[in-house]
Design a protein around this ligand. Structure first.
Ligand code: GDP
Ligand code: MG
Length: 455
């Protein structure tokens, strides 16, 4: 997986202050392989990695993250953005009913999704109805009726009995029976009269993009003026994603995308392909054959599925959360004002570190960190607690004037914290060294790391 591959990259990056061009190239090579693994179409991979490279080269160095984390963060941010940024909700008509049309290749999962969406909306308090405008195959209407029944919603379908000829052996219609444009229009009309507030119109598809069917879909769109046209695409489609998506965008110009069959092995690369060539948001994922198997699409979750490194992304998020920007600004001011670092500052930093949760578990999630086992073990959290207890036993005056902490004060602090005077001595000595180091760094102009943290 990408995580494994990046482990080696992280190892090389650790300890460097800034990403060099060759570092970035190495990471990008890994990212490119991961995207290809996830079945992202080749031209999209090329374009995407190019953009990442540019951004990484121009990136400001983050104080909260190491360089490797920074590149991953950039990749993740770009992915989320291409995938539509935030979750995009259905656009409901100001005057009901809201008309939603489904389009896509045959077998992509339109009919199944029609039932899922109906159920999803019904659960949210809507009154949806399905309309069967796929009259291409004799059993398509029956299939939608079954789907509707499972979803617990009504289905408007044309009267049967006047079907045109169809091949009994294959079930394929040799001609369409009934006019799908008329059926769609009549269905929307009925929904209006009967006061349903959402109409979901199922349409026909072909195994490959087909001019006549595309024209039919375009005509249906023209006739019913839908509020949303959702393009349903099989997540396993692979390289063909671009061609198919562009054909449907030209033919019917959809407003949103549904990614189906995400329950399979698909890592979701089609999502990136479709979103990046059409610029349309992905709105739902279909994750199984049952009516309940529908999910509102979350760009951030899909990004981590494509990258296959959710743990690292969680880690990055937590590290950033812990790094309080205000605190950084206050620290910077301290350096400018030539003030000394105090135990109050120290306590604040310890709180920031604690916010990160269990530090060891967190660092353990990071690839490349296995090489840091010794340092991790040296970071004894019990000792951390003892240090905090000592600082807390100090008075505000003592925290800001550590040099004034004489023998009797030390004894009192040790007593309050349940430690020994020699431990308090050690803490004060280490603290004095940290202060001195910071004064030197201030003179040198560099920003110090956090005292109390392992190098
Ligand atoms: P349509 O031709 O676009 O209407 O596609 P259908 O809704 O008839 O689906 C085609 C096949 O894919 C059926 O066998 C469905 O059960 C199956 N299918 C649809 N959506 C999903 C999904 O999300 N996951 C899985 N595993 N199968 C699906
Ligand atoms: Mg169908």
């Amino acid at each position: 997986s990408l995580s494994d591959r990046l482990t080696s990259t992280f190892k090389n990056l650790r300890g460097k202050g800034r990403l060099s061009e060759s570092d970035i190239n190495a990471t990008i090579r890994d990212i490119r392989l991961a995207l290809i693994d996830a079945d992202v179409a080749t031209p999209v991979v090329r374009e995407f990695t190019g953009r990442i490279r540019e951004r990484a080269l121009g990136a400001e160095v983050s104080a909260a993250l190491n360089p490797g984390q920074q590149v991953v963060k950039i990749v993740n941010e770009e992915l989320v953005e291409v995938l539509g940024g935030k979750t995009r909700e259905l656009q409901m008509a100001k005057r009901p009913p809201t008309v939603i049309m489904l389009a896509g290749l045959q077998g992509s999962g339109k009919t199944t999704f029609a039932g899922k969406l109906a159920r999803h909306l019904r659960d949210k308090g809507h009154f949806p109805v399905l309309v069967a405008a796929d009259l291409q195959r004799p059993n398509a209407v029956t299939q939608l009726e079954v789907v509707a029944e499972r979803a617990g919603v009504p289905c408007f379908a044309p009267e049967r009995g006047n079907e045109g000829g169809h091949d009994a052996a294959t079930g394929e219609g040799t001609q369409s029976y009934g006019d799908p444009v008329w059926v769609a229009q009549a269905g929307v009309g009925q929904a209006k009269v009967r006061q349903y507030d959402v109409v979901i119109v199922d349409t026909a598809g072909r195994l490959a993009v087909d001019e006549n069917l595309m024209k039919q879909a375009g005509d249906i769109r023209e006739a019913i003026q839908p509020d949303e046209v959702l393009f349903v695409i099989d997540a396993m489609i692979g390289q063909a994603a671009i061609e198919t998506a562009l054909a449907f965008q030209q033919g019917v110009d959809f407003t949103g995308v549904v990614l189906s069959k995400l329950d399979g092995d698909a890592r979701g690369g089609a999502a990136l392909s479709v979103a990046s060539v059409t610029g349309r948001p992905i709105m739902y994922s279909s994750i199984g054959e049952q009516t309940k198997d529908i999910e509102v699409f979350h760009p951030d979750r899909m990004a981590s599925r494509i990258l296959d490194m959710g743990d690292i992304l969680t880690l990055i998020e937590q590290a950033e959360k812990a790094f309080d920007r205000d605190q950084a600004a206050a620290m910077a001011r301290k350096f400018m004002d030539e003030e000394d670092f105090t135990f109050e500052d120290f306590l604040q930093q310890m709180q920031a570190i604690k916010k990160m949760g269990n530090l060891k578990a967190l660092m353990g999630m990071m690839p490349g960190m296995s090489g840091m086992k010794d340092q991790l073990n040296a970071l004894d959290e019990k000792e951390f607690d003892r240090v905090e207890a000592m600082v807390r036993s100090m008075t505000p005056f003592e925290r800001t004037h550590p040099k004034q902490i004489n023998g009797s004060r030390r004894a009192r602090i040790a007593g309050g914290a349940g430690t020994t005077v020699s431990e308090v001595n050690q803490l004060l000595e280490r603290f004095g060294q940290a202060q001195k180091m910071m004064r030197q760094m201030r003179r040198g102009g560099g920003m110090p790391g956090m005292p109390g943290m392992p190098g």
